[in-house]
Design a protein around this ligand. Structure first.
Ligand SMILES: [Mg+2]
Length: 274
């Protein structure tokens, strides 16, 4: 459902679909927040629907606790257990495969979190290559990843996005750009590649399980037709395309007379790598 801002009937239909949904899956980057700054009306929306809402994001440099902290700074307590981020999910997915030695291409902090989650980290000759948005990606890392994959290692990818929107509309290179470097070197069999982020079903299913709802009874709210909307559609989940993907805004979802939220603390941006 793509309701434009100047279409009151469309906005009304969007609000009805929210009322009807048993669970709400909300995208983060570009939709509820830009960079580390949550949008005010999105925060009000999260607070209003908190008991039946989960956040699903292709982010691969932050933790659920980071996002929960940003929301706490904005005045909303939101449980990290209902925040599903592609990077952390990729690490915990790989850690759940017994006996696998993993070459993790990620920031140092995410690598350390992977180790803490039980990953056996190696620098080469890996059984699995786990790819996140590694801002220190190098020729050597590319070489080691390709060598392991050529020997039959599986590839676990946080997300296929080539960019995401940053502050001031800047293009931020994403995990998919690094994936393109790898796949320009080697043809991979689809059965050897696991994509964790949207539009893959992985995050949608994790969120639905946490909310105890079926995909058909939930509603995906996001700004990206290629990830949020396409992924939801594949699972039979209704969806709302938000600005900037459409002209539909959180103000409209809240209704014309929604009270502005009072923030207990200033919404200062946290110093978290993004
Ligand atoms: Mg988005």
């Amino acid at each position: 459902m793509h309701a434009p801002a100047d279409d009151p009937a469309g906005a009304e239909a969007a609000r009805k679909s929210i009322d009807k949904a048993r669970g709400l899956l909300l995208d983060w980057d570009g939709c509820a927040a830009t960079g580390n700054r949550p949008h005010e009306q999105a925060v009000t929306f999260i607070a209003k629907h908190r008991p039946r809402l989960a956040i699903v994001s292709n982010n691969s440099t932050q933790t659920p606790e980071d996002i929960s902290g940003l929301l706490a700074d904005a005045g909303v307590d939101f449980p990290s257990a209902r925040i599903f981020l592609a990077g952390m999910e990729a690490l915990t997915y790989a850690a759940g495969i017994p006996g696998v030695r993993s070459l993790v291409l990620a920031n140092g902090r995410m690598k350390a979190l992977g180790r803490a989650a039980g990953l056996q980290l190696v620098r080469g000759d890996a059984d699995a290559v786990v790819l996140l948005r590694d801002t220190k990606f190098t020729y050597s890392k590319l070489e080691r990843a390709v060598h392991s994959l050529a020997r039959g290692a599986r590839l676990i990818v946080a997300n296929p996005d080539t960019t995401h929107p940053g502050q001031g509309g800047a293009l931020v290179p994403e995990t998919g750009a690094l994936l393109a470097a790898i796949t320009s070197c080697i043809d991979l069999q689809p059965e050897n590649v696991q994509i964790i982020g949207k539009p893959s079903s992985f995050l949608f299913e994790r969120a639905c399980a946490a909310l105890k709802v079926t995909p058909e009874s939930a509603l995906m709210i996001g700004d990206n037709p290629d990830t949020d909307i396409k992924g939801a559609h594949r699972l039979g989940m209704p969806s709302l395309l938000m600005a900037p993907g459409s002209r539909l805004t959180f103000s409209e979802l809240l209704g014309e007379h929604a009270p502005a939220m009072r923030f207990a603390r200033p919404r200062a941006a946290r110093r978290v790598a993004f």
